[in-house]
Structure formats: structure tokens, C-alpha cells
Design a protein around this ligand. Structure first.
Ligand code: BGC
Length: 347
């Protein structure tokens, strides 16, 4: 072998050795840095800060972050921003979180079909993302193994919502078929059409009523975008268009159910059953006073603590907490329960 070739081999070997030593040094520094981490910064962006359900979840996240801080001794800084329904604003908030050195992002996307920019930025910066409530499309979620989603299973919610009426109908048919004509006439209030929950909740609540042999008939329905005032306006119109007909209001969430109740009260109509979803604070008050027949509530304590604990473990690069088992290493589905008034009153 020529001397020149031998010399070249020796320098390649030396280069490889240097690279190996530098990799080892970086890895050791990384470990030391992680060992020293006593504080974490979490950037949170809400699709709309004035959404009742999201507001409930926000309070629980704040509470759970304090609890985590007390128990772990790790300082948690939450930077919570309201995207006010603008994806552009949310993208800018993500930019800012990353430039401020957030260790992890918790994002409630404005447009769940348009999370690619957020994911691009997070991946480039190596910052994990915990999405919640508005589920990004699968194709986006599959782009990186540091993307997570926390929410509720929409079909399960809807089946539970339908079951509460099926149960009541079996025990007390006259409490559901109020005018006793053998048919339960209902109206449907739907959330945003682009939200994964709206379509599935609408379809499966009705299917569950049919499967449970409740004789239902749809009078009409409409999209009220999760909002109390929009639902109230729709219901007012329906009460005028179909007087003395509506027996049941099925709503995709509590806020719209409350809107329907507002309209019923304004029109002085009594006895119509209204069912919601969420178990929000005002929803539970309406349940307590008997205005709302029932709701389906996610375990919000668990919902909030899953967001905080998952985010904290990502930030600390620790193993993910086993109390929150992830489907496909990505999704945490929060358990839910039915909360009703009339069934409890008439066991
Ligand atoms: C909730 C709604 C809420 C919406 C916001 C749904 O899962 O049921 O109350 O407005 O999420 O994304």
C-alpha cells in the first residue's frame, strides 16, 4: 500500500475518533443539562379564550400545574395565550413561544385541518407538542413521534348522550314522549362543522336513540357553532315555526343547550327536554336546577392533569406517565360519564 494512501486512512480514522469523542461529550453535557433542569416553561394557545368548555379546561390546567410544582419541586411557568379564533395569530404565538425557549407547547388548534405550520416550527426547534380538544388530522399527527393529543372519544360521548334518553324512555316513556303521540319530536343543535366532535356527536346520539327503540322524528336542526347566543336565536325561530311540536332538544354541547333553554324561557314553553354535552360550570348549574335534563361530562380533572403531566414529562425528557395510557403512543382519551336530573329523581 502506498504511503500516501496509508496517510489518508490514518487521517480518516483520526477524524472519526474526533467525531466520536465530540458526540460523547455533547451527550454527557445533555445529560448534565437535563439533570440540572429545575424549571420548565409551557406555551399554551387556546383557539378561543371565551369558549366556556375551554375556559373550564384552562382553569384546571392552571390548578394542576401548581399541584405538579408543589409535588415535584420543579418550577412550572405557563404562558397562556388566546388565539381569538385566528390561525394566523396562533401561528405567531407558536413562533413567540419557541423564541422564548418554551420546552413544550400545548395547542388547542384554531383550525384542526391546518396544523402543519405549527408542526413544522415545533419539529425544527425540537419542541414537543401536546394538542388538545380539536384533533389534528391523522396525517399531521403521524409526522413526528413528539406529537400528542388529549381529548374525548366523540362516538363514546354521543352514545352516552343517546343512552341517557333511552334509559329515561324505558323507565318513563311519558317523560320523553311528552304529548303521548307515540313519537318523540326532536331538534338538533350542532357545533362547528369543521370540528371532529360535531359530525360524530350528531350522528351517534341519534343512532343510539334508534338502536334503543325510542321512536324519534327530526323536526329540524342547525349549526350554532357551540355558541349559546346562536343556539338561542335558532331555537327561538324553531319555536315560532313549529309551535307545540318540539319535545326534545339534542345539543352537541352544554352552551348551545343553555341557549335553547334561554329561548324556551323567553317563549314561556315548559316541559321540553334539553340534553347537552361537557358538564361545564353553567351546564352543571342548569342540571342542578332541573333546566337541563342531562349532560355527558369528561373527567375534567384527569383531562387537565393529563395535559400538564404529559407536557412536563416531554419538557423534562422523562418517560411518559403510566397513569395516562396512550393509544398508538399518541392519543389519551379522557373517560366520560353521564350526568342526569330526571332519572335520579325517579329511580
Ligand atoms: C366542546 C365544546 C367546545 C368545543 C371547542 C367541544 O368538544 O364540547 O363545548 O366549544 O369543543 O373546540
Amino acid at each position: 500500500m502506498s504511503r500516501v494512501r496509508r496517510g489518508r486512512r490514518a487521517s480518516i480514522a483520526l477524524l472519526l475518533l474526533c467525531a466520536l469523542v465530540s458526540m460523547l461529550l455533547t451527550a454527557c453535557q445533555g445529560v448534565r443539562k437535563e439533570e440540572e433542569k429545575t424549571s420548565i416553561r409551557i406555551g399554551i394557545s387556546l383557539y378561543r379564550g371565551d369558549d366556556t368548555f375551554i375556559n373550564n379546561i384552562r382553569s384546571i390546567i392552571e390548578e394542576k400545574a401548581k399541584e405538579y410544582e408543589r409535588e415535584s419541586g420543579i418550577k412550572v411557568t405557563l404562558d397562556i395565550q388566546d388565539a381569538k379564533g385566528s390561525q394566523n395569530t396562533q401561528n405567531n404565538q407558536v413562533e413567540r413561544f419557541i423564541s422564548l425557549g418554551c420546552d413544550v407547547l400545548c395547542i388547542n388548534p384554531v383550525d384542526r385541518m391546518d396544523t402543519s405550520l405549527i408542526i413544522d416550527r415545533a419539529m425544527t426547534a425540537g419542541v414537543p407538542v401536546v394538542f388538545f380538544n380539536r384533533q389534528p388530522v391523522e396525517e399531521d399527527m403521524n409526522r413526528w413521534d413528539k406529537l400528542y393529543y388529549i381529548g374525548v372519544d366523540a362516538k363514546e360521548t354521543a352514545v352516552l348522550q343517546g343512552e341517557m334518553v333511552v334509559d329515561l324512555y324505558r323507565k318513563e316513556p311519558e317523560a320523553v314522549d311528552i304529548n303521548g303521540d307515540g313519537v318523540v319530536s326532536y331538534v338538533m343543535l350542532e357545533g362547528e362543522s369543521s370540528h371532529q366532535d360535531s359530525l360524530i356527536r350528531t350522528e351517534w346520539s341519534v343512532q343510539t336513540l334508534k338502536d334503543g327503540k325510542v321512536p324519534i322524528e327530526k323536526i329540524t336542526g342547525g349549526i350554532a357553532n357551540w355558541e349559546r347566543s346562536q343556539a338561542s336565536a335558532l331555537m327561538e325561530q324553531w319555536l315560532a315555526d313549529y309551535p307545540d311540536t318540539i319535545e326534545l332538544v339534542i345539543s352537541n354541547n352544554d352552551d348551545m343547550a343553555l341557549g335553547a333553554i334561554d329561548a324556551l324561557e323567553r317563549a314561556d314553553v315548559m316541559g321540553v327536554n334539553v340534553i347537552g354535552i361537557d358538564g361545564t360550570t353553567p351546564g352543571l348549574e342548569a342540571l342542578e336546577s332541573g333546566k337541563l335534563l342531562g349532560t355527558v361530562s369528561a373527567n375534567k380533572e384527569l383531562y387537565g392533569s393529563a395535559i400538564v403531566e404529559l407536557a412536563a414529562s416531554c419538557a423534562l425528557q422523562e418517560e411518559l406517565p403510566s397513569e395516562y395510557p396512550l393509544t398508538d403512543d399518541t392519543y389519551f382519551w379522557t373517560p366520560q360519564e353521564i350526568l342526569v336530573t330526571k332519572i335520579k329523581e325517579n329511580p
